[in-house]
Write a protein that binds this ligand. Sequence first.
Ligand code: ATP
Ligand code: MG
Length: 468
Amino acid sequence: MMFGFSTRIQNQIPQAVLNICNTLRDNGYQAYVVGGAVRDILLGKVPGDWDVATDAHPDQVISLFTKTIPTGIKFGTVTVVKDISVEVTTFRSDGIYRDARHPQDVSFSTSIEEDLKRRDFTINAIAYDPITKNFIDPYGGRRDLRRRILRAVGDPKARFSEDALRMLRFFRFLATLEFKPCRRSLAAVEPALIRKISMERIRDEMSKLLLATAPGATLLTMHKAGLLQEILPEVALGDGVTQGSFHRFDVLRHSLEAVDNSLPQLELRWAALLHDVAKPKLRTEDEHGIHFYKHDVEGEQMARDILTRLRYSKKFVEKVATLVRWHMFSVHGQSTDKALRRFVRRVGKENVMDLMELRRADILALGKQTTCNAWHNWRMLRDRLQAVLDSDTILTINDLAIGGHEVMAALDLKPGPEVGAALEWLLEKVLDDPAINEPEILLSLLQSYENTPFLRNRQENAPLQRKC
Ligand code: ATP
Ligand code: MG
Protein backbone atom coordinates (compact mmCIF):
# COMPACT_ATOMS: atom_id res chain seq x y z
CA MET A 1 0.00 0.00 0.00
CA MET A 2 1.60 3.14 1.30
CA PHE A 3 5.29 2.39 1.28
CA GLY A 4 7.81 1.41 -1.38
CA PHE A 5 6.24 4.31 -3.17
CA SER A 6 9.10 6.24 -4.71
CA THR A 7 7.77 5.65 -8.20
CA ARG A 8 4.25 6.44 -7.20
CA ILE A 9 5.10 9.67 -5.42
CA GLN A 10 7.30 10.62 -8.35
CA ASN A 11 4.43 10.05 -10.79
CA GLN A 12 2.08 12.17 -8.74
CA ILE A 13 4.25 15.25 -8.56
CA PRO A 14 3.07 17.67 -11.26
CA GLN A 15 5.56 18.56 -13.98
CA ALA A 16 5.44 22.21 -12.87
CA VAL A 17 6.69 21.26 -9.38
CA LEU A 18 9.44 19.06 -10.83
CA ASN A 19 10.50 21.89 -13.15
CA ILE A 20 10.69 24.34 -10.26
CA CYS A 21 12.82 21.93 -8.21
CA ASN A 22 15.07 21.28 -11.22
CA THR A 23 15.58 24.98 -11.91
CA LEU A 24 16.50 25.59 -8.26
CA ARG A 25 18.88 22.64 -8.30
CA ASP A 26 20.48 23.67 -11.59
CA ASN A 27 21.22 27.01 -10.00
CA GLY A 28 22.95 25.47 -7.02
CA TYR A 29 20.09 25.56 -4.50
CA GLN A 30 18.36 22.82 -2.54
CA ALA A 31 14.71 22.07 -3.28
CA TYR A 32 12.24 19.80 -1.52
CA VAL A 33 8.56 19.11 -1.76
CA VAL A 34 7.18 19.66 1.76
CA GLY A 35 4.07 19.96 3.90
CA GLY A 36 0.59 18.72 3.19
CA ALA A 37 1.36 17.50 -0.34
CA VAL A 38 3.92 14.92 0.85
CA ARG A 39 1.56 13.81 3.62
CA ASP A 40 -1.40 13.50 1.27
CA ILE A 41 0.48 11.53 -1.38
CA LEU A 42 1.77 9.10 1.24
CA LEU A 43 -1.83 8.65 2.37
CA GLY A 44 -2.92 7.95 -1.20
CA LYS A 45 -4.84 11.23 -1.43
CA VAL A 46 -4.72 13.91 -4.06
CA PRO A 47 -2.93 16.96 -2.65
CA GLY A 48 -4.74 20.30 -2.71
CA ASP A 49 -1.71 22.55 -2.93
CA TRP A 50 2.02 22.21 -3.47
CA ASP A 51 4.78 23.66 -1.32
CA VAL A 52 8.47 23.68 -2.13
CA ALA A 53 11.14 24.53 0.45
CA THR A 54 14.52 25.86 -0.65
CA ASP A 55 17.63 27.58 0.68
CA ALA A 56 17.32 30.20 -2.10
CA HIS A 57 16.22 33.57 -0.71
CA PRO A 58 12.99 35.15 -2.02
CA ASP A 59 14.79 37.63 -4.32
CA GLN A 60 16.80 34.76 -5.77
CA VAL A 61 13.60 32.75 -6.35
CA ILE A 62 12.02 35.77 -8.05
CA SER A 63 15.00 36.18 -10.36
CA LEU A 64 14.90 32.52 -11.47
CA PHE A 65 11.26 32.36 -12.69
CA THR A 66 9.32 34.38 -15.23
CA LYS A 67 6.11 34.76 -13.28
CA THR A 68 6.13 35.12 -9.50
CA ILE A 69 3.92 36.74 -6.87
CA PRO A 70 5.48 37.92 -3.59
CA THR A 71 2.71 36.37 -1.48
CA GLY A 72 4.50 36.30 1.86
CA ILE A 73 7.90 37.86 1.38
CA LYS A 74 8.27 38.62 5.09
CA PHE A 75 8.00 34.90 5.85
CA GLY A 76 10.07 33.93 2.81
CA THR A 77 7.24 32.84 0.52
CA VAL A 78 7.06 33.51 -3.19
CA THR A 79 4.37 31.98 -5.36
CA VAL A 80 5.77 30.70 -8.63
CA VAL A 81 3.12 30.60 -11.32
CA LYS A 82 3.44 27.89 -13.94
CA ASP A 83 0.36 26.02 -15.16
CA ILE A 84 -0.31 25.66 -11.41
CA SER A 85 0.75 27.97 -8.56
CA VAL A 86 3.42 26.64 -6.25
CA GLU A 87 4.46 28.26 -2.99
CA VAL A 88 8.23 28.35 -2.75
CA THR A 89 9.42 29.17 0.77
CA THR A 90 12.91 29.77 1.98
CA PHE A 91 14.07 27.44 4.79
CA ARG A 92 13.13 29.19 7.99
CA SER A 93 13.85 28.95 11.61
CA ASP A 94 11.35 30.88 13.61
CA GLY A 95 12.44 33.24 16.34
CA ILE A 96 10.73 33.66 19.68
CA TYR A 97 6.94 33.63 19.77
CA ARG A 98 5.76 36.37 22.11
CA ASP A 99 2.03 36.42 21.47
CA ALA A 100 1.06 32.78 20.82
CA ARG A 101 0.39 33.80 17.22
CA HIS A 102 3.40 34.86 15.21
CA PRO A 103 7.12 34.46 15.61
CA GLN A 104 8.79 37.67 16.70
CA ASP A 105 11.14 37.34 13.79
CA VAL A 106 11.98 34.68 11.26
CA SER A 107 15.43 34.02 10.01
CA PHE A 108 16.30 32.19 6.86
CA SER A 109 18.32 29.07 7.25
CA THR A 110 20.37 26.81 5.02
CA SER A 111 19.20 23.53 6.43
CA ILE A 112 16.04 21.59 5.63
CA GLU A 113 16.25 19.94 9.07
CA GLU A 114 16.06 23.37 10.68
CA ASP A 115 13.02 24.16 8.53
CA LEU A 116 11.22 20.93 9.43
CA LYS A 117 11.76 21.63 13.12
CA ARG A 118 9.41 24.66 13.05
CA ARG A 119 6.52 22.70 11.52
CA ASP A 120 3.50 21.65 13.53
CA PHE A 121 3.07 17.87 13.29
CA THR A 122 5.41 15.03 12.42
CA ILE A 123 3.24 14.05 9.45
CA ASN A 124 3.58 17.61 8.12
CA ALA A 125 7.33 17.66 8.70
CA ILE A 126 8.47 15.29 5.94
CA ALA A 127 10.47 16.61 3.00
CA TYR A 128 10.84 14.78 -0.30
CA ASP A 129 13.63 15.42 -2.76
CA PRO A 130 12.18 14.68 -6.19
CA ILE A 131 15.61 14.59 -7.81
CA THR A 132 17.42 12.14 -5.51
CA LYS A 133 14.06 10.57 -4.55
CA ASN A 134 15.02 10.72 -0.86
CA PHE A 135 12.87 11.54 2.13
CA ILE A 136 14.07 13.72 4.97
CA ASP A 137 11.96 12.62 7.90
CA PRO A 138 13.70 13.41 11.18
CA TYR A 139 10.58 13.14 13.36
CA GLY A 140 9.22 9.80 12.18
CA GLY A 141 6.39 11.34 10.19
CA ARG A 142 6.09 8.30 7.90
CA ARG A 143 5.87 6.00 10.90
CA ASP A 144 3.09 8.16 12.35
CA LEU A 145 1.30 8.16 9.01
CA ARG A 146 1.45 4.38 8.98
CA ARG A 147 0.12 4.20 12.53
CA ARG A 148 -2.34 7.01 11.88
CA ILE A 149 -1.16 9.05 14.84
CA LEU A 150 -1.12 12.83 15.00
CA ARG A 151 1.85 14.03 17.02
CA ALA A 152 3.35 17.48 17.50
CA VAL A 153 6.97 17.97 16.44
CA GLY A 154 9.13 18.05 19.56
CA ASP A 155 7.57 19.37 22.77
CA PRO A 156 3.82 19.75 22.20
CA LYS A 157 3.37 22.32 24.99
CA ALA A 158 6.00 24.55 23.42
CA ARG A 159 4.49 24.08 19.94
CA PHE A 160 0.99 25.03 21.06
CA SER A 161 2.11 27.98 23.13
CA GLU A 162 4.22 29.32 20.24
CA ASP A 163 1.22 29.32 17.94
CA ALA A 164 -2.15 28.55 19.50
CA LEU A 165 -3.77 27.94 16.12
CA ARG A 166 -1.85 24.66 16.05
CA MET A 167 -4.27 23.32 18.71
CA LEU A 168 -7.14 23.82 16.36
CA ARG A 169 -5.16 22.44 13.42
CA PHE A 170 -4.56 19.43 15.65
CA PHE A 171 -8.29 18.74 15.93
CA ARG A 172 -8.86 19.62 12.30
CA PHE A 173 -6.35 17.01 11.14
CA LEU A 174 -7.69 14.44 13.61
CA ALA A 175 -11.10 14.87 11.99
CA THR A 176 -10.15 15.15 8.33
CA LEU A 177 -7.49 12.42 8.35
CA GLU A 178 -9.33 10.24 10.87
CA PHE A 179 -6.18 9.86 12.96
CA LYS A 180 -5.71 9.11 16.63
CA PRO A 181 -4.22 11.81 18.83
CA CYS A 182 -0.84 11.24 20.42
CA ARG A 183 -1.68 11.30 24.12
CA ARG A 184 1.06 13.72 25.07
CA SER A 185 0.05 16.14 22.33
CA LEU A 186 -3.60 15.99 23.35
CA ALA A 187 -2.70 16.59 26.99
CA ALA A 188 -0.73 19.67 25.97
CA VAL A 189 -3.80 21.52 24.71
CA GLU A 190 -4.24 24.69 26.71
CA PRO A 191 -7.67 26.01 25.73
CA ALA A 192 -7.39 29.62 26.94
CA LEU A 193 -4.47 30.24 24.55
CA ILE A 194 -6.87 30.17 21.61
CA ARG A 195 -8.13 33.61 22.69
CA LYS A 196 -5.03 35.07 21.07
CA ILE A 197 -6.08 33.82 17.66
CA SER A 198 -8.21 35.87 15.29
CA MET A 199 -11.77 34.76 14.67
CA GLU A 200 -11.08 34.53 10.93
CA ARG A 201 -8.34 31.94 11.43
CA ILE A 202 -10.51 30.01 13.89
CA ARG A 203 -13.39 30.12 11.40
CA ASP A 204 -11.25 28.71 8.59
CA GLU A 205 -10.09 25.78 10.69
CA MET A 206 -13.61 25.12 11.97
CA SER A 207 -14.90 25.09 8.40
CA LYS A 208 -12.34 22.49 7.38
CA LEU A 209 -12.98 20.43 10.52
CA LEU A 210 -16.75 20.41 9.98
CA LEU A 211 -16.34 19.15 6.44
CA ALA A 212 -14.56 15.99 7.54
CA THR A 213 -16.53 12.82 6.84
CA ALA A 214 -17.67 12.42 10.46
CA PRO A 215 -16.28 15.15 12.73
CA GLY A 216 -18.52 14.34 15.72
CA ALA A 217 -16.01 12.21 17.62
CA THR A 218 -13.28 14.82 17.19
CA LEU A 219 -15.60 17.60 18.35
CA LEU A 220 -16.29 15.54 21.46
CA THR A 221 -12.56 15.07 22.05
CA MET A 222 -12.17 18.82 21.57
CA HIS A 223 -14.90 19.35 24.15
CA LYS A 224 -13.22 17.03 26.64
CA ALA A 225 -9.98 18.95 26.12
CA GLY A 226 -11.85 22.18 26.95
CA LEU A 227 -11.35 23.81 23.57
CA LEU A 228 -14.95 23.62 22.36
CA GLN A 229 -15.93 25.60 25.44
CA GLU A 230 -13.59 28.39 24.31
CA ILE A 231 -14.79 28.51 20.72
CA LEU A 232 -18.45 27.49 21.00
CA PRO A 233 -19.43 27.74 24.68
CA GLU A 234 -23.13 27.65 23.73
CA VAL A 235 -22.68 24.23 22.12
CA ALA A 236 -20.54 22.91 24.96
CA LEU A 237 -23.40 23.75 27.36
CA GLY A 238 -25.41 20.89 25.83
CA ASP A 239 -23.21 18.35 27.65
CA GLY A 240 -25.38 16.47 30.12
CA VAL A 241 -28.64 18.21 29.11
CA THR A 242 -31.05 15.29 28.87
CA GLN A 243 -34.02 15.38 26.53
CA GLY A 244 -36.53 12.72 27.43
CA SER A 245 -37.59 9.43 26.00
CA PHE A 246 -37.50 10.17 22.25
CA HIS A 247 -33.82 10.87 22.52
CA ARG A 248 -30.98 8.57 23.32
CA PHE A 249 -28.40 11.35 23.64
CA ASP A 250 -27.97 14.59 25.54
CA VAL A 251 -28.16 17.83 23.56
CA LEU A 252 -24.43 17.99 22.82
CA ARG A 253 -24.11 14.39 21.63
CA HIS A 254 -27.36 14.62 19.67
CA SER A 255 -26.03 17.70 17.85
CA LEU A 256 -22.75 15.95 17.07
CA GLU A 257 -24.65 12.91 15.75
CA ALA A 258 -26.68 15.28 13.57
CA VAL A 259 -23.45 16.74 12.18
CA ASP A 260 -22.13 13.28 11.32
CA ASN A 261 -25.40 12.38 9.63
CA SER A 262 -25.70 15.50 7.52
CA LEU A 263 -24.36 16.00 4.01
CA PRO A 264 -20.86 17.47 3.93
CA GLN A 265 -21.99 20.98 2.98
CA LEU A 266 -20.88 23.71 5.31
CA GLU A 267 -24.29 25.35 5.87
CA LEU A 268 -25.87 22.01 6.64
CA ARG A 269 -23.07 21.01 8.98
CA TRP A 270 -23.36 24.28 10.92
CA ALA A 271 -27.15 24.05 10.98
CA ALA A 272 -26.89 20.51 12.36
CA LEU A 273 -24.41 21.62 15.02
CA LEU A 274 -26.53 24.61 16.06
CA HIS A 275 -30.10 23.45 15.48
CA ASP A 276 -30.69 22.78 19.19
CA VAL A 277 -28.22 25.33 20.55
CA ALA A 278 -30.92 27.13 22.55
CA LYS A 279 -32.10 23.98 24.31
CA PRO A 280 -29.78 24.14 27.35
CA LYS A 281 -31.04 27.56 28.35
CA LEU A 282 -34.72 26.87 27.64
CA ARG A 283 -35.08 23.45 29.24
CA THR A 284 -38.10 23.05 31.51
CA GLU A 285 -39.58 19.95 33.09
CA ASP A 286 -43.12 19.28 34.39
CA GLU A 287 -45.44 16.33 34.93
CA HIS A 288 -45.77 15.95 31.12
CA GLY A 289 -42.05 15.67 30.54
CA ILE A 290 -39.12 17.76 29.35
CA HIS A 291 -39.74 20.82 27.14
CA PHE A 292 -37.68 23.30 25.17
CA TYR A 293 -40.34 25.80 24.15
CA LYS A 294 -39.35 28.19 21.37
CA HIS A 295 -35.84 26.80 21.07
CA ASP A 296 -36.13 27.21 17.29
CA VAL A 297 -36.83 30.95 17.60
CA GLU A 298 -34.15 31.54 20.21
CA GLY A 299 -31.79 29.20 18.33
CA GLU A 300 -32.08 31.32 15.20
CA GLN A 301 -30.78 34.36 17.07
CA MET A 302 -28.06 32.39 18.82
CA ALA A 303 -26.88 30.88 15.53
CA ARG A 304 -26.75 34.37 14.05
CA ASP A 305 -24.70 35.66 16.99
CA ILE A 306 -22.29 32.72 16.97
CA LEU A 307 -21.61 32.75 13.24
CA THR A 308 -21.32 36.54 13.13
CA ARG A 309 -18.80 36.32 15.96
CA LEU A 310 -16.85 33.85 13.82
CA ARG A 311 -16.93 36.35 10.92
CA TYR A 312 -18.86 34.23 8.47
CA SER A 313 -20.41 36.24 5.64
CA LYS A 314 -23.82 37.78 6.21
CA LYS A 315 -25.30 35.56 3.53
CA PHE A 316 -23.91 32.44 5.18
CA VAL A 317 -25.10 33.51 8.64
CA GLU A 318 -28.62 34.15 7.38
CA LYS A 319 -28.78 30.82 5.59
CA VAL A 320 -27.80 28.83 8.68
CA ALA A 321 -30.00 30.95 10.98
CA THR A 322 -32.99 30.30 8.70
CA LEU A 323 -32.38 26.55 8.75
CA VAL A 324 -32.19 26.62 12.56
CA ARG A 325 -35.36 28.74 12.72
CA TRP A 326 -37.47 26.30 10.71
CA HIS A 327 -35.95 22.96 11.71
CA MET A 328 -39.08 22.15 13.77
CA PHE A 329 -41.41 22.48 10.74
CA SER A 330 -44.61 20.52 11.13
CA VAL A 331 -45.78 19.72 7.60
CA HIS A 332 -45.73 15.99 6.87
CA GLY A 333 -46.45 13.49 4.12
CA GLN A 334 -50.21 13.84 4.55
CA SER A 335 -50.39 17.65 4.82
CA THR A 336 -52.70 19.42 2.37
CA ASP A 337 -51.30 21.00 -0.79
CA LYS A 338 -52.27 24.33 0.66
CA ALA A 339 -50.22 23.69 3.81
CA LEU A 340 -47.22 22.65 1.73
CA ARG A 341 -47.44 25.78 -0.41
CA ARG A 342 -47.64 27.94 2.70
CA PHE A 343 -44.63 26.14 4.15
CA VAL A 344 -42.56 26.68 1.01
CA ARG A 345 -43.56 30.30 0.96
CA ARG A 346 -42.67 30.81 4.61
CA VAL A 347 -39.24 29.17 4.60
CA GLY A 348 -38.23 30.17 1.05
CA LYS A 349 -37.91 27.85 -1.94
CA GLU A 350 -34.14 27.72 -1.64
CA ASN A 351 -34.33 26.31 1.91
CA VAL A 352 -36.89 23.58 1.48
CA MET A 353 -34.62 20.70 0.51
CA ASP A 354 -31.94 21.79 2.97
CA LEU A 355 -34.56 21.63 5.73
CA MET A 356 -35.51 18.14 4.58
CA GLU A 357 -31.84 17.13 4.80
CA LEU A 358 -31.56 18.68 8.25
CA ARG A 359 -34.67 16.78 9.33
CA ARG A 360 -33.16 13.52 8.06
CA ALA A 361 -29.99 14.14 10.09
CA ASP A 362 -32.07 15.14 13.11
CA ILE A 363 -34.11 11.92 12.97
CA LEU A 364 -31.00 9.77 12.61
CA ALA A 365 -29.44 11.62 15.55
CA LEU A 366 -32.26 10.56 17.86
CA GLY A 367 -30.17 7.41 18.18
CA LYS A 368 -33.28 5.21 18.30
CA GLN A 369 -34.54 2.65 15.86
CA THR A 370 -36.51 4.66 13.30
CA THR A 371 -39.69 3.03 11.99
CA CYS A 372 -40.12 2.34 8.26
CA ASN A 373 -43.18 4.49 8.53
CA ALA A 374 -41.15 7.52 9.57
CA TRP A 375 -38.87 7.18 6.52
CA HIS A 376 -41.83 6.52 4.26
CA ASN A 377 -43.35 9.74 5.55
CA TRP A 378 -40.10 11.62 5.06
CA ARG A 379 -39.80 10.45 1.43
CA MET A 380 -43.42 11.22 0.72
CA LEU A 381 -43.02 14.74 2.07
CA ARG A 382 -39.81 15.28 0.12
CA ASP A 383 -41.43 14.14 -3.15
CA ARG A 384 -44.50 16.27 -2.61
CA LEU A 385 -42.41 19.32 -1.73
CA GLN A 386 -40.30 18.70 -4.82
CA ALA A 387 -43.51 18.67 -6.86
CA VAL A 388 -44.52 22.04 -5.38
CA LEU A 389 -41.07 23.43 -6.22
CA ASP A 390 -41.24 22.05 -9.77
CA SER A 391 -44.78 23.23 -10.45
CA ASP A 392 -45.72 26.68 -11.68
CA THR A 393 -47.53 27.27 -8.42
CA ILE A 394 -46.97 30.81 -7.35
CA LEU A 395 -45.02 31.22 -4.19
CA THR A 396 -43.90 34.82 -4.00
CA ILE A 397 -45.50 38.18 -4.76
CA ASN A 398 -43.42 38.34 -7.94
CA ASP A 399 -45.47 35.43 -9.27
CA LEU A 400 -48.78 37.29 -8.86
CA ALA A 401 -50.70 38.12 -12.02
CA ILE A 402 -50.69 41.81 -11.08
CA GLY A 403 -47.90 43.93 -9.66
CA GLY A 404 -47.35 47.01 -7.53
CA HIS A 405 -48.44 49.46 -10.23
CA GLU A 406 -51.83 47.85 -10.64
CA VAL A 407 -52.26 47.75 -6.88
CA MET A 408 -51.36 51.43 -6.54
CA ALA A 409 -53.81 52.37 -9.29
CA ALA A 410 -56.60 50.23 -7.89
CA LEU A 411 -56.19 51.44 -4.30
CA ASP A 412 -55.05 54.94 -5.13
CA LEU A 413 -51.81 54.51 -3.21
CA LYS A 414 -48.36 56.02 -3.49
CA PRO A 415 -45.32 53.72 -3.42
CA GLY A 416 -44.77 52.56 0.15
CA PRO A 417 -45.21 49.64 2.52
CA GLU A 418 -48.98 49.55 1.96
CA VAL A 419 -48.43 48.36 -1.59
CA GLY A 420 -46.37 45.42 -0.34
CA ALA A 421 -48.95 44.67 2.34
CA ALA A 422 -51.72 44.53 -0.26
CA LEU A 423 -49.65 42.23 -2.46
CA GLU A 424 -48.98 39.95 0.52
CA TRP A 425 -52.70 39.88 1.23
CA LEU A 426 -53.39 38.83 -2.36
CA LEU A 427 -50.66 36.22 -2.19
CA GLU A 428 -52.27 34.61 0.86
CA LYS A 429 -55.51 34.29 -1.13
CA VAL A 430 -53.70 32.82 -4.13
CA LEU A 431 -51.81 30.32 -1.98
CA ASP A 432 -55.20 29.08 -0.80
CA ASP A 433 -56.44 28.78 -4.37
CA PRO A 434 -53.89 29.11 -7.18
CA ALA A 435 -56.69 29.23 -9.79
CA ILE A 436 -57.56 32.81 -8.85
CA ASN A 437 -54.21 34.14 -10.03
CA GLU A 438 -55.81 36.11 -12.91
CA PRO A 439 -55.56 39.91 -13.22
CA GLU A 440 -59.32 40.53 -13.27
CA ILE A 441 -59.98 38.30 -10.29
CA LEU A 442 -57.18 39.86 -8.25
CA LEU A 443 -58.34 43.38 -9.10
CA SER A 444 -61.85 42.57 -8.03
CA LEU A 445 -60.53 41.04 -4.82
CA LEU A 446 -58.72 44.29 -4.10
CA GLN A 447 -62.08 45.98 -3.75
CA SER A 448 -62.74 43.99 -0.64
CA TYR A 449 -59.19 44.75 0.56
CA GLU A 450 -59.99 48.44 0.31
CA ASN A 451 -62.73 47.90 2.82
CA THR A 452 -60.55 46.14 5.38
CA PRO A 453 -60.30 48.01 8.69
CA PHE A 454 -56.53 48.20 8.31
CA LEU A 455 -56.66 50.21 5.14
CA ARG A 456 -59.56 52.42 6.29
CA ASN A 457 -57.67 53.40 9.44
CA ARG A 458 -54.50 54.03 7.58
CA GLN A 459 -56.25 56.26 5.12
CA GLU A 460 -57.85 58.32 7.85
CA ASN A 461 -54.72 58.60 9.98
CA ALA A 462 -52.14 59.10 7.32
CA PRO A 463 -53.67 61.19 4.57
CA LEU A 464 -50.23 62.36 3.42
CA GLN A 465 -49.53 58.90 2.05
CA ARG A 466 -52.40 59.28 -0.36
CA LYS A 467 -51.79 60.63 -3.82
CA CYS A 468 -53.93 63.75 -3.44
P1 ATP B 1 -4.02 21.68 3.96
O1 ATP B 1 -3.37 22.46 2.85
O2 ATP B 1 -4.59 20.37 3.57
O3 ATP B 1 -4.94 22.52 4.77
P2 ATP B 1 -1.38 21.63 5.02
O4 ATP B 1 -0.68 20.75 6.01
O5 ATP B 1 -0.79 21.67 3.65
O6 ATP B 1 -2.87 21.23 4.99
P3 ATP B 1 -0.94 24.43 5.03
O7 ATP B 1 -1.62 25.48 5.84
O8 ATP B 1 -1.04 24.44 3.55
O9 ATP B 1 -1.42 23.06 5.62
O10 ATP B 1 0.58 24.50 5.46
C1 ATP B 1 1.63 23.82 4.79
C2 ATP B 1 2.64 23.29 5.79
O11 ATP B 1 3.16 24.37 6.57
C3 ATP B 1 2.08 22.33 6.82
O12 ATP B 1 2.03 21.01 6.33
C4 ATP B 1 3.04 22.48 7.97
O13 ATP B 1 4.23 21.79 7.71
C5 ATP B 1 3.35 23.96 7.92
N1 ATP B 1 2.44 24.76 8.76
C6 ATP B 1 1.29 25.35 8.41
N2 ATP B 1 0.73 26.02 9.44
C7 ATP B 1 1.57 25.86 10.48
C8 ATP B 1 1.59 26.31 11.82
N3 ATP B 1 0.61 27.06 12.30
N4 ATP B 1 2.63 25.94 12.60
C9 ATP B 1 3.63 25.18 12.11
N5 ATP B 1 3.67 24.72 10.87
C10 ATP B 1 2.68 25.05 10.05
MG1 MG C 1 -1.40 22.89 2.10
